[in-house]
Ligand binder design. Structure first.
Ligand code: AP5
Ligand code: MG
Length: 217
């Protein structure tokens, strides 16, 4: 199954992607995670991306398209994949189509997670992520059992550089300008599936599962 997770910053793409990985055993490909790892290791890619990411701006299309082109060829993507945070612009969506056509593949569903704008800011300002395993927490909504420590692996929890108020504002603007047009783009291809993203994570996940289970029908 080949999936795209669409939705504004803080919608819960990463949270739900981790659950889909566990249930369906297909890899999560998060361009944000790949770029953050590159910034941390100060690779050429990381140096290209750092300034954009810190400000909350999108990294140039050719950079992220290159990442995805390479990643989708890996053997673990044979049985399917979850694209989390890609595509984010119309040119990225068009490039993805070319890449998948070449591989004889297509996207089954674009899961669009819908969340009220004021809730997004609350989610982003309270997010904490495990440095070690990437598990996601929220200081109010999903607090870890021990403050600052991951429930899963005892790793240290950290706050993302771009979860500061100014960068959050830029990210939400970038989303409206550059990414929201993808909703209509995929709707017109009949693969868009809107998912209400407010409320309980388990219920949101079950809603996604119901959509994914329609594939074999
Ligand atoms: P990226 O890492 O993709 O960030 P994003 O799109 O801004 O989305 P987030 O990861 O912030 O949110 P999410 O939807 O994953 O929510 P989460 O599950 O964490 O991109 C970062 C940057 O990289 C970009 O700004 C850009 O610079 C660059 N980049 C990446 N891809 C790119 C591309 N394709 N092109 C160009 N540049 C690119 O949840 C958020 C919080 O809410 C968590 O604390 C969670 O615990 C909590 N939460 C989740 N679900 C619920 C719920 N139901 N109720 C209450 N709280 C919840
Ligand atoms: Mg994410």
């Amino acid at each position: 199954m080949n999936l795209i997770l669409l939705g504004p910053p803080g919608a819960g793409k990463g949270t739900q992607a981790q659950r889909i990985v566990e249930r369906f055993h297909i890899p999560q490909i998060s361009t944000g995670d790949i770029l953050r790892a590159a910034v941390k290791e100060a690779t050429v890619l990381g140096k290209q991306a750092k300034a954009f990411m810190e400000k909350g701006q999108l990294v140039p299309d050719d950079v992220v398209i290159g990442i995805i082109d390479e990643r989708l060829r890996a053997p673990d993507c044979q049985a399917g994949f979850i694209l989390d945070g890609f595509p984010r612009t119309i040119p990225q969506a068009e490039a993805l189509q070319v890449i998948l056509d070449r591989m004889g593949k297509s996207v089954d569903f674009v899961i669009n997670i819908e969340v009220d704008p004021e809730e997004l800011v609350r989610r982003l300002t309270g997010r904490r992520t495990c440095k070690n395993c990437g598990a996601m927490f929220h200081i109010l909504f999903y607090p870890p059992k021990k403050e600052g420590i991951c429930d899963r692996c005892d790793g240290i929890l950290y706050q993302r550089e771009d979860d500061r108020e100014e960068a959050i504002r830029t990210r939400l603007n970038e989303y409206e300008k550059q990414t929201a047009p993808l909703i209509q783009y995929y709707r017109s291809k009949n693969i868009l599936r809107p998912i209400p993203g407010m409320g309980d994570q388990d219920q949101i996940f079950e809603h996604i599962v119901r959509v994914l289970n329609t594939k074999s029908i």
